[in-house]
Design a protein around this ligand. Structure first.
Ligand code: PMP
Length: 769
């Protein structure tokens, strides 16, 4: 049985329809009209149908032995890839007029053949291109993305029997004898035997659906020969060890300029930049690469006798087999593994400087870049960011990716929802309502209605409009140096910009910041003393006939320098504003979603329940979503007066991203982690006892470190420290009216070990001052 199956698979030759027939099939089945040009296929008969408009399609007429389930496997795998990693350049499947993934045609003998159509991928096939280091790394990285996209995919037909499955080498072993050149035969047979012995160890490595044939003939590259822009031929997919895939691409993506090992090392480095190899995979890779070469030589020898056209196709590759095997065996497995590791750790050519110049031209010099020596990232994972050369940076700055960079759950939720439906809030949608229910459930009673927008700025803008509509008043009270966003209105509510950039508006009043470290008041009475200022603000606004529509407060007091505000202060000013008929708006863009550790919402730490709460930044881990959470009567009154419609606000994709983020926060206990790690981090920084550290403040993973020289705030010194940390691959920022507060605000999966890396680097930088 085994024997006959194997021989069928080897011997089947593709169908032989004429191009005119193919043109007819394309038109009748897929509605595609164009000229058919034959392309080579090992088992299928392939045509490119060139249409007048667009790139056209590849028409595949399958051999009669082809199992419909393997066709279904390919179709479903391609659709899964498109959902998981929409930017991976895989062909899209064309469907028939009836919506089927394939149609049927008959040949002259009355044998039925399945016919499929895939979008043609323009560009040039990589075969024949001398691959430079960038392209080799791209090939490896693209394969890794493909593997990652297929990680959780399964289909019963993935157990298909194909001759290119290295686990079937025992069945192919007898054909080694067909290799004519005696030296090559001995070498190949030895490798086949060696692999048969090694095979049991491969069973322990990660398995998944693998492409199993991603050689340069199945990759399309751009004109510059730098990027992989297309992946082809998913006909050899099997469920098998992931390392098989790496072996094919590493073994066969070669040119003439370097040795086989040099090419492979770059491919592996590119792969590892996306998906690090697991224990045992590097060693297995060595074995699989030589086995793949031995298998190519064996299959070539068989075809020379039974399938001359197929043999000619394989000729070039099989000519490489023996020298490549020799190169690997001469170097030895340990040395090859070490070479792969060294390549993965070493930088590819970086073009950050060129990118910076291009950015200046198109985005302008005025658009700020962080750090004296700006950073350039291509990838993020958890609390780390990666530069193009693979250098890893600890991210202690970015609060937006709150559940970690590259979070799979959020990415998958976005991809899946985008591929399903993205519409607007004027249609019923379960996901949007479910998220609104979930987010209001995290807030104190009364905050039960949600208005969706796309950013923190928009949320604050909408909050002011609600406050105006509801109170009939116009005045707004904010903190000195507050930052609330970018719109014309919200900029007027953001004294942070400075009076020169943003002239003060008469309907806005600023409160003295309740800074007990540097401000006028400290000690037990500080809360009351600072709160007095709200009475002056209310009087001024009433005197100007604006009245008070709202008080807007960031309860983490970030732009004031991450203040530890005296207990009762916020509650006191809120009470006074309410007495004056104004609403209290909690800006939770910085302090929300568990960052402050001890409470999920920043306002809870102050014993205040706002009338409106504005959300943004970390809400969907980087996907743009904002919202106003309101007491229902307020939202109702507002929407009764004004037709409010935000095109993207509250779309199903943002809701899916936000829901996945909320679930991650909860299930991974990230608020609790913020509390524990934040406390540790503050304690460790205080423990450094350095003269430049004036004060260490904050809650959870919102940490402020006041930098002083002789007691005075020193913004320049704080900048030097932030740049010094950047040079040690740790990212933080600076903040506060004097710019002298180190702002440490990492993604929430930041754990003890990460805190210790940061503190170590900070100690080194401080010591070198
Ligand atoms: N409010 C606060 C407290 C913020 O820190 C910010 C952004 N830094 C905003 C609002 C504005 O959010 P966005 O940039 O998403 O519009």
């Amino acid at each position: 049985m085994t024997q006959s199956l194997r021989l069928v698979a080897l011997k089947t030759s593709p169908p032989a329809f004429a191009p005119e027939q193919a043109e007819g099939f394309a038109r009748a089945l897929f509605g595609v009209s164009g000229e058919a040009r034959p392309l080579y296929g090992e088992r299928d008969q392939n045509f490119r149908i060139k249409t007048a408009l667009g790139a056209g399609v590849i028409l595949k007429i399958l051999g009669p032995a082809e199992d419909p389930r393997t066709v279904e496997l390919q179709l479903e795998a391609l659709e899964h890839i498109a959902r998981m990693d929409p930017r991976l350049p895989v062909p899209r499947v064309r469907r028939t007029a009836e919506g089927a993934a394939h149609g049927w045609v008959e040949d002259e003998q009355g044998t039925a053949h399945m016919v499929r159509a895939l979008d043609f991928q323009p560009g040039k096939v990589m075969d024949g291109v001398e691959p430079g280091p960038e392209l080799l790394r791209q090939a490896g990285a693209t394969l890794a993305r493909l593997n990652r996209a297929l990680e959780n995919f399964f289909h019963p037909a993935a157990g298909q029997r194909i001759v290119w499955d290295l686990r079937r080498i025992a069945e192919m072993r007898p054909f080694g004898a067909l290799i004519e050149d005696a030296e090559t035969r001995v070498l190949v047979e030895a490798v086949l035997d060696r692999f048969l012995n090694y095979l049991p160890q491969i069973g322990r490595l990660p398995h998944q659906l693998v492409h199993n044939d991603l050689h340069p003939g199945n990759m399309i590259v751009d004109e510059a020969e730098r990027n992989v822009t297309g992946l082809l031929d998913f006909g050899d997919m099997i469920h098998g060890p992931r390392v098989f895939d790496i072996a094919v691409t590493a073994a066969e993506t070669v040119g003439e300029g370097l040795g086989a090992l040099d090419y492979a090392a770059e491919v592996v480095a590119g792969y590892e930049g996306v998906l690090p190899l697991r224990a045992g995979e590097a060693e297995a890779l060595f074995e699989c690469i030589i086995a793949r070469h031995a298998l190519s030589a064996t299959i070539h020898a068989w075809r020379c006798q039974h399938d001359p056209e197929g043999a000619a196709k394989l000729g070039g590759l099989s000519a490489l087999s023996a020298p490549a095997i020799e190169a690997y065996l001469t170097a030895g497995r340990d040395a090859v593994v070490a070479k792969f590791r060294a390549a993965s750790a070493s930088p590819a050519r970086s073009d950050s400087a060129a990118l910076r110049a291009r950015r200046y031209h198109v985005l302008g010099r005025g658009l700020e870049l962080s750090y004296n020596d700006p950073v350039h990232f291509v990838r993020g994972e958890g609390v780390f960011l990666y530069a193009p050369d693979g250098t890893r940076y600890l991210d202690a700055y970015n609060n937006v990716p709150s559940v970690g960079h590259g979070n799979r759950r959020v990415a998958e939720a976005v991809g899946a929802q985008m591929a399903t439906l993205c519409a607007n809030t004027r249609y019923l949608h379960e996901g949007v309502v479910a998220y609104a229910e979930a987010i209001t459930a995290t807030m104190p009673g009364g905050l039960d209605a949600v208005l969706f927008v796309n950013s923190g700025s928009e949320a604050n803008d909408a909050a002011y409009r609600i406050a105006r509509a509801v109170t009939g008043k116009r005045g707004a009270i904010v903190m000195k140096n507050a930052y609330h966003g970018v719109t014309e209105l919200v900029a007027a509510l953001s004294p942070y910009y400075g009076a020169q950039a943003q002239p003060r508006m008469s309907f806005v009043q600023e409160l003295e910041a309740p800074d007990t470290y540097r401000g006028r008041f400290g000690g037990a009475d500080a809360a009351l003393a600072y709160a007095q200022d709200v009475e002056r603000a209310i009087e001024t606004l009433e005197g100007r006939k604006f009245g008070v529509a709202m008080l807007l407060v960031d309860s983490a007091f970030v732009s004031n320098g991450i203040l530890d505000v005296p207990g009762g202060y916020f509650a006191r000013i809120a009470e006074k504003v309410r007495q004056a008929g104004g609403l209290v708006v909690g800006d939770e863009v910085q302090s929300g979603f568990g960052r402050m550790g001890e409470a999920f919402w920043g306002f809870e730490r102050h014993g205040v329940v706002p009338d409106l709460v504005t959300l943004g930044k970390p809400m969907a881990n980087g996907f743009p979503v904002g919202a106003v959470v309101a007491k229902p009567a307020l939202l109702e009154a507002f929407l009764g007066k004004i037709e409010f419609f935000s095109t993207f606000g509250g779309n199903p994709v943002s809701a899916a991203a936000a829901m996945a983020t909320l679930n991650e926060l909860r299930e991974r206990g990230l608020a609790e982690n913020a509390r524990v790690t934040g406390d540790l981090l503050r304690a460790e920084i205080k423990g450094l006892r350095h003269d430049a550290i004036g004060d260490v403040r904050g809650a959870g993973l919102m940490v402020g470190v006041e930098i002083t020289r002789d007691g005075a705030p020193d913004g320049a010194l704080a900048k030097r420290i932030a740049n010094g940390l950047r040079a040690r691959q740790v990212l933080i920022g600076t903040e506060g009216p004097e710019g002298n507060v180190l702002k440490i605000r990492p993604p929430l999966p930041f754990a003890r070990e990460h805190a210790l890396i940061l503190v170590d680097a900070l100690e080194t930088v401080l010591r070198a001052l």
